[in-house]
Design a protein around this ligand. Structure first.
Ligand SMILES: [Zn+2]
Length: 355
């Protein structure tokens, strides 16, 4: 049976309005509304829709797709985000869950190992407790994504072509999920990952709608988690120049602006020095891009999975076919990794093939 919800999902995923899709498929807007409200299309119409959406025909047949609750999804810069961009990102989440369920069936992934810090109101403390829970001490996090994966967070990429979607996260069936937009700098993505970690551990039980307070908390948590107080204090001199900020940001794998902000929070930069550092960084172009940036982190889990599949002569297209999804949707979710070039590193905590 043709599933109208699947049609709606694919349309949103492609960032199209009903009108836009109708035009693309050569159908009337009324027809499209009817189809999305449950009317069954004929074979030719399904073909036209599949072609316009670049989705396999089989995708439109099957159970209702599990939707990611828009309210449960904590979007940053929600006010700036256009509804279409939000819908496309939420739809990426829904597609991601289909891929995730396949992954869980085929492979054994690390169990979630996250502290519940929902009682904590001070973010410096929350970040310290989270570090303690994972035995990180004061050292910089060398691989934020790997750290999350080892502790059972399911991390997917989104390549949404917009700066207004950063990331989102949620719990589902006792498992934590994070979706990260790779449109921004590698440093920005790491900060986003730490920000979402806060939502998963501190805001686990609060109402799904994220408040400005929760957003501020998540940023404070990310800042403290990535740049631990004692480590920063012991390594920075008394009078910090902009060049030092740029050197320091590499150690903690954050943006220069995030580094400066942290130094100001820790009162290692006075108000005046912080302000002039920001101006100087802006003058050097750091507001527009992250200069002297680090390499983007990618998923160790997916590297390993794709490599194993490759050895069995299975590619991303084969996964896509199995799931009745377009290959580009799989690419979008797995950090652009491929089996052939992937060099898997051993994953602590274990990732075993069950087949
Ligand atoms: Zn947030």
């Amino acid at each position: 049976m043709f599933n109208s919800k699947r049609l709606g999902l694919a349309r949103k995923r492609r960032g199209l309005t009903a009108k836009g899709l109708a035009e693309l498929a050569g159908l009337s807007e009324v027809t499209l509304y009817r189809l999305e409200s449950g009317e069954k299309p004929d074979d030719l119409t399904i073909e036209l829709l599949a072609k316009a959406l670049k989705y396999p025909v089989d995708f439109f047949f099957g159970d209702d797709p599990e939707e990611v609750d828009t309210a449960a999804v904590s979007f940053r810069s929600l006010t700036k985000m256009k509804a279409k961009e939000r819908d496309a990102a939420v739809a990426a989440g829904a597609i991601g869950l289909q891929l995730s369920d396949w992954l869980e069936r085929e492979f054994s992934l690390p169990d979630p190992n996250l502290a519940d810090l929902s009682y904590e109101t001070d973010m410096e403390t929350a970040a310290r407790l989270m570090r303690q829970y994972w035995g990180l001490g004061e050292r910089p996090v060398t691989n934020m994504l790997g750290l999350l994966e080892v502790h059972g967070v399911r991390v997917f990429s989104m390549s949404e072509n917009t700066a207004s979607v950063d990331a989102f996260s949620f719990w589902r069936g006792g498992k934590p999920y994070i979706f990260l937009n790779t449109f921004k700098s590698a440093e920005h993505s790491i900060f986003d990952a730490a920000h979402e970690l806060c939502h998963l551990v501190v805001h686990k039980h609060t109402s799904p709608q994220r408040s400005p307070v929760a957003e501020r908390e998540a940023n404070a948590f990310a800042s403290a988690f990535l740049m631990p107080t004692a480590d920063v204090r012991s390594r920075m001199t008394r009078f910090i120049s902009v060049d030092e900020i740029i050197r320091a940001k590499k150690r903690w794998r954050v943006s220069a602006m995030a580094m400066a902000y942290r130094l100001h929070t820790l009162e290692l930069l006075s108000d005046w020095r912080y302000k002039s550092a920001c101006i100087e960084l802006g003058r050097r172009g750091y507001r527009l891009e992250e200069k002297e940036g680090i390499e983007r982190e990618t998923s160790a889990v997916w590297k390993k999975v794709l490599t194993q599949l490759w050895s069995e002569k299975m590619t991303k297209s084969d996964i896509a076919k199995k799931l009745n999804l377009p290959t580009d949707e799989i690419e979008n979710l797995v950090w652009g990794l491929t089996g052939s070039t992937a060099r898997p590193e051993p994953i602590e905590g274990g990732l075993r093939a069950v087949k």
